[in-house]
Design a binder for this molecule. Structure first.
Ligand SMILES: [Zn+2]
Length: 184
């Protein structure tokens, strides 16, 4: 069986809102009582915190997510903030929040920061650049990253039935440019 993976699912405000809505529904199904009932989602330009929950029920997400493919980190941030609304903001990241966050499937961590190399790259230098070598021979610069991922290093078109595609074109293999040791 072939698995085709679109590597470039850049997040838009619409897709972020759709992901948020599905997470909110899921959380509502799990928790009937919310200390701060949800009132609305908005975006800000924060570059240090990726999300914030307010006592009036608003959730604010950093627009840093837009244009990236950091869907897992977005999902984690949303769960983290929803857990604050459910548990009560005054309890911070204590046991009550941790229990809710765990039920929602958020990674247990106190900070609202993302671990996504792609997001962090927006603020700093990353040592590698991921390049997609297309079946057409074209080379696409994808993004700067902190770590080389085995799933890209080991990937060859059709191997184990895997086929990555970008904008409808298939990827033959990936390469990393290594910037370590270069002058900054
Ligand atoms: Zn928090």
């Amino acid at each position: 069986m072939l698995t085709e993976t679109n590597t470039e699912a850049a997040l838009t405000e619409a897709s972020v809102r759709a992901i948020f809505e599905s997470e909110r529904r899921r959380a509502s199904a799990l928790f009937a009582h919310w200390e701060h009932p949800f009132t609305g989602l908005s975006f800000n330009r924060a570059r240090r915190a990726y999300g914030h929950a307010h006592a009036d029920g608003r959730v604010v997400l950093s627009n840093t997510f837009l244009g990236t493919s950091a869907t897992a980190d977005l999902q984690d941030t949303i769960r983290h903030e929803l857990a604050h609304l459910i548990a009560g903001i005054r309890f911070k990241h204590g046991p009550r929040w941790q229990q809710v966050a765990h039920s929602l499937g958020a990674r247990p961590r106190a900070s609202g920061r993302s671990q996504s190399s792609e997001l962090q790259e927006k603020m700093s230098d990353a040592p590698f650049t991921l390049i997609a070598i297309m079946r057409t021979g074209e080379e696409l610069v994808m993004r700067k990253v902190y770590r080389r991922a085995r799933r890209y290093q080991d990937y060859r078109y059709g191997k184990r039935g895997q086929r990555y595609h970008i904008r409808g074109e298939f990827v033959e293999r990936f390469e990393y440019l290594d910037h370590r040791g270069q002058q900054k």
